[in-house]
Design a protein around this ligand. Sequence first.
Ligand code: AVI
Length: 320
Amino acid sequence: NDETLIDLVTPAPVSDTAEFRQAVVEGLSRPDRAIPCRFLYDAAGSAIFDRICELPEYYPTRTERRILETHAKAIAETIRGNIRFIELGAGSGGKAEILLDAMEQVRAYICIDISPVPLASAAAAVRTRYPAIEVDSVCGNYLGELDLPTRGNLRDVCFFPGSTIGNFDRDDARAFLRRWSQRLGQDGLMLIGVDLKKDIALLEDAYDDAQGVTAQFSLNLLHRANRELAADFDTGAFAHRARYVSQPGHIEISLVSRRDQTVRLDGRSFDFARDEAIHVENSHKYTIGEFASLAKEAGFDSVDVWTDEDALFSVHLLRV
Ligand code: AVI
């Protein structure tokens, strides 16, 4: 349902402190401790995430870009009619431009993001680079209720790169796709990046890199609680853990207490036993067939799918 989707929102909303406080207090008060992954993306977390995307172990970003570069023409040729291109989340690091360069049939572009500043700069960049395309931006949560400008007789193509869908659990991913299949209407298309199942060591290394940047990304959540909520986490006393869970197939990321300890926050104390975990993120992985079936359940047919030669990552084109 929509409420759960909003709770799980991943892509970089700058959430306010009150919301963060409530999530941390609630999340630490439960027996299975957890903090929703959207809180990973404050300014510091977003900057660390940009560094993750450049890591040798973190293959998704560069692999998806390569797939788009290699197949941009084929993708453009598969999509007929005049198009309104809808990008979910601002600033795909140039991935939208790879497609816009190849797709001469794009007449309008809309970017949707919850944060106004990246939204405005994404729209401005497209306006400058493609003066013939009509550019619009919608400040809102693309996981929730949203009013899109009317589309005229253009065909909607929604672009959702980065395997951000992987940060939703399977049910939420299906609900998200269903919502968009309804919103896009007849003939609408969804072009979506999805990380693939693969060798477990490769996957685990991608989420636990040698330089420890991903560990910093997770631990930033505790630094953020210290900064914003005056918590007293001893951040050195928690370890980043990324492990692959084969059913249904996801990387599960947690912060694990290295010793018995007590953390104070908001006038409360939270006791941690050694090895007790705070769950911070899941990153789901799919086979091509699994993702196509999930999309089918959500009202999409599979049109085509592109992948790299090592079958690390996939880009699906789905049709309502
Ligand atoms: C944003 N998202 C697709 C990333 C992923 O791969 O699940 C988030 C991430 N967390 C640690 N590394 C990357």
